[in-house]
Design a protein around this ligand. Structure first.
Ligand SMILES: [Zn+2]
Length: 225
């Protein structure tokens, strides 16, 4: 467990802090449930289409063509089945992700108590928290002392590439383009965040709203956002 130093708390206030973060997460979770609903609907449609294909087969015209369709249908069904199975494990993952994002929000609240703006992040590998970071831009008088940046640099120093490729970075807010690039350089596996940069920008107006995902995509990175 590594905690970046937290000395000389000067300054204070800053952007208002962060119960809204919790709201955001609730919203994302409910979105997700509706996604699952959509998947179920699709699989229902899939089944009824299957019956349609069976009826075509019974008619017997253009047998070759119908067979091909049936084969396609089967492979679609397999895909749907896989997706469902993946969805169940994803639910566990989402629960864990939500817990870690909650922790990132706690770290953001601590950052405010220390005199900084409300951002926090942590790194998890194999379901173990190995590093936590506060925002320290004010207390360290360092415009780059975002918690994601601090942790990405720490990971680059302390972990080997294989370990970094198993790390998930959790952040209270979507990592800014600077931090997204650092995360890409560190070669982390995933990024999960609470509040979207666009949402934060609507509140504060001073965010560089290039999405984290876009930065990593355009860098050709493998990190999942
Ligand atoms: Zn940043």
């Amino acid at each position: 467990m590594t905690e970046p130093t937290e000395d000389d708390a000067t300054g204070g206030g800053g952007r208002t802090h962060d119960e809204r973060g919790t709201d955001e997460i609730t919203i994302e979770e409910s979105d997700d449930e509706s996604d699952r609903g959509a998947v179920d609907d699709e699989s229902d449609r899939q089944e009824s289409t299957d019956e349609g294909a069976g009826a075509g087969d019974a008619n017997g015209d253009d047998g070759q063509h119908v067979d091909e369709e049936a084969t396609e249908q089967e492979s679609s069904d397999e895909t749907t089945g896989d997706y469902r199975a993946a969805d169940e494990t994803t639910t566990d993952l989402i629960d864990r992700d939500a817990e870690y994002v909650e922790r990132a929000i706690e770290l953001a609240e601590e950052s405010v108590e220390m005199g900084n703006t409300p951002f926090g992040a942590l790194i998890v590998v194999d379901d173990e928290v190995i590093g936590e970071g506060h925002n320290e831009t004010r207390t360290n008088d360092d415009l780059a002392a975002h918690p994601e940046m601090t942790l990405a640099r720490w990971a680059g120093r302390e972990l080997d590439a294989d370990e970094r490729a198993r790390c998930t970075m959790y952040a209270s807010t979507e990592p800014c383009p600077m931090c997204a690039t650092a995360i890409h350089y560190a070669g982390l596996d995933r990024v999960v965040y609470g509040v979207a940069g666009e949402t934060l920008n609507a509140l504060t107006g001073d965010v560089v709203t290039i999405p984290c995902e876009e930065v990593i995509e355009r860098a050709g990175g493998d990190t999942t956002v």
